[in-house]
Design a protein around this ligand. Structure first.
Ligand SMILES: [Zn+2]
Length: 113
């Protein structure tokens, strides 16, 4: 499953952070999931405890923050939130747009002890 490998990668990154911080384990992990990141919240939350088993992230709380898509329009300059999956400017309808937010899957904060 796609989300399981993502959860494993997430746990590896958390392990890395714990090593750097000389922390014993992670208590709370906040991640940002963009609407266009391809990551689904529910399967990620389901897979996380499985991936975290026997690691420094075992028993940690996973907080998923979902970020909507924001587009910057090259035609009219407006920043709007499209109705995904239709990636076009909500102000003028142009598809000449740049995704400025909503693409990322990343760790926001990790609380450790
Ligand atoms: Zn526009």
């Amino acid at each position: 499953m796609h989300e399981l490998s993502l959860a494993v990668a997430l746990v590896e990154q958390v392990g890395e952070i714990c090593r750097k911080e000389r922390a014993e384990r992670a208590l709370r992990i906040e991640v940002v999931v963009g609407a266009l990141s391809g990551v689904e919240r529910d399967p990620l939350e389901f897979c996380f405890p499985l991936a975290a088993e026997n690691t420094v992230a075992a028993g940690a709380t996973l907080v998923v923050e979902e970020v909507p898509v924001t587009l910057a329009c090259r035609a009219c300059g407006e920043r709007t939130r499209p109705e995904v999956p239709f990636i076009r400017c909500m102000a003028c309808g142009s598809t000449n747009v740049e995704v400025v937010e909503g693409r990322d899957f990343l760790i926001k904060t990790v609380e450790v002890i």
